[in-house]
Design a protein around this ligand. Sequence first.
Ligand code: HEC
Ligand code: HEC
Ligand code: HEC
Ligand code: HEC
Ligand code: HEC
Length: 471
Amino acid sequence: MLTKRSTRCRSTVLGGLLAMLFAFAPATRAQSLEWGATKYFKYNIENVIVSPTAGVAGSYDVKVIFSVTNPVTSSTWNIKTALPFQSPSASLTLDLGWDPATDVSNTGSENPALAAVVTTALGKGAALPVQARGLQSNGSTGATLCSSELDCPGVISRVDRYRITKSVTPVAFTSVVTRGRVALEGRPVCNGVDPAYVCPASTGTTFVNIPVPSAVANFTLSPASATTALIADPRRAVVDIRKCQVCHDGNMHGDTVVPQLSLHGGNRTGNLSLCVICHNPNQTDVPYRYLTTGTTADPRISGAETPIDFKTMVHSIHAGGFREKPFVVVGFGSSVNDFSHVRFPSTLRNCLNCHVEVNGRGTFELPLAKAVLGTTVNTRSTYLVAPGASRTINVAPADDLKISPTAAVCSSCHDKAEVRLHMTTRGGASFATTQSAIGTRVVERCASCHGPGKDKDVRKVHEIDGSGADG
Ligand code: HEC
Ligand code: HEC
Ligand code: HEC
Ligand code: HEC
Ligand code: HEC
């Protein structure tokens, strides 16, 4: 008993140190996540209320009412006092992005004038959402406890319900912004977890991050009702997370253990509707491309930005054994995440491993929906600077250099130079154009040969028989 206990002590001390380390490195992938404890937490976005901001044209006040429930005990968490939310490095954040109905662009999130952001702060992106961080805080950034029906309309109970209001000033990029999406993400941290994974209200030394699935809701900017702006998900369905989870279950597939889908330090988990708010066509990995020390950077950091658009990033990650060039994303702390080791433990050309079919047509087929934006490869930001010097993040997407959208998708796996040449010469694609040229000067013709029923139909060339994923 004693021996056992001391063994556990050693490992918990080590676990605590590791957890603390990872708590400060949210993008680290090998982290200690306490999956067993997630069942005690559920994030709920209970209502969203939208009204024009008084005196500011084009701006909206978005009030979000939320709670964290405990499904095991059918109770609610008090995020202002409960240890899992008040432990060091616990987090609870709202992300507000737009427009989920077309393609998320978040244009105007930094400033509606689209003036470049000159900053020494890291983590600033070109097209990231508006955020409200530290909702659990008892200080001024924190959310407010709901106190009345007027305060928080449309919720069944006000016990441990919270509200937070953020102003957003969406700027149209290719179309007028009519809708928004809000996500509640973050990780409780347990201090001294007991074997039943209940956070005791004691101060132990073990810290574990609990990767609670993020919650997402969609809203309209012109609600018919003063008491709710919630709408059904207006975004096209492309992939299904349950298909991803066939592999991403924490078990061995092929010769790799495939982690459950929790990224960014356990903060962003199990919900792809969340990922696309940030992993949108206008966003690259520019937030952490900077020199950490000295005057020369790892060329992978000083080199070209990498798009983190979901429709290119997810293909590229999984095509490690197929692509010619390594796919590298610079992440938190200037970490170089090179995915060229990834070997897809199934048939890569079987798009149905991830994609869904809608009315018998695969969402991987051409042509793309009109709303799909080109993928930014160059935001025209200045990021190769000396340590401590300010960087300039260009947040205006109109001058971004982009890959036209179909070529962006296909070239994320087919990255050979001669295939890119085929895309530009036969297909009319461009790898360095602007959004306004796409559809006018740059007209992709891919669907005339790779569209449904055509000679080189995407479905046919990838040998998909329609009977679902072949595992
Ligand atoms: C056939 C199995 C399989 C399917 C299906 C699959 N993945 Fe993966 N995925 C992998 C493997 C293997 C890796 C590499 C894991 C490693 O080396 O750590 C990976 C890595 C990733 C990564 C990199 C970060 C991480 O967690 O390692 C992301 C993000 C990811 N996958 C997202 C997705 C999404 C989103 C889907 C569904 C749309 C999906 N995957 C479907 C096998 C799969
Ligand atoms: C609030 C914005 C935001 C959200 C939400 C978000 N990401 Fe990211 N992610 C980024 C940014 C910015 C980068 C690139 C630079 C960096 O790491 O900060 C990135 C990088 C990545 C990378 C590459 C680097 C690494 O750490 O492995 C992967 C993989 C990734 N994200 C997956 C996801 C998945 C899957 C989701 C949804 C579960 C998600 N992200 C949600 C902003 C976000
Ligand atoms: C590992 C998972 C995975 C596999 C395998 C995969 N895709 Fe995808 N694909 C994605 C993800 C994730 C997106 C972006 C989803 C989103 O925006 O919601 C995407 C987006 C796309 C889109 C854009 C659709 C749109 O409406 O925006 C096309 C086209 C596409 N993929 C084609 C293919 C083809 C062709 C194949 C097979 C040869 C394939 N994909 C295989 C994960 C995958
Ligand atoms: C997820 C990765 C992935 C994506 C995305 C993808 N492909 Fe493929 N594609 C493959 C694989 C793998 C093969 C099989 C190659 C082989 O067997 O050598 C293939 C084969 C092909 C072939 C047959 C060529 C040959 O050499 O056999 C064509 C044509 C093709 N793809 C077109 C496209 C087009 C057009 C798109 C974009 C709509 C696309 N692919 C998107 C992975 C992908
Ligand atoms: C005039 C017809 C035509 C047009 C237009 C066209 N393609 Fe192709 N594409 C082909 C043919 C033919 C092949 C060779 C297929 C094979 O080898 O089976 C091919 C092959 C490909 C391949 C696979 C190459 C390989 O060997 O790995 C990709 C990827 C591809 N095309 C993408 C595109 C994209 C993206 C566009 C639009 C920007 C496009 N194509 C436009 C006819 C066309």
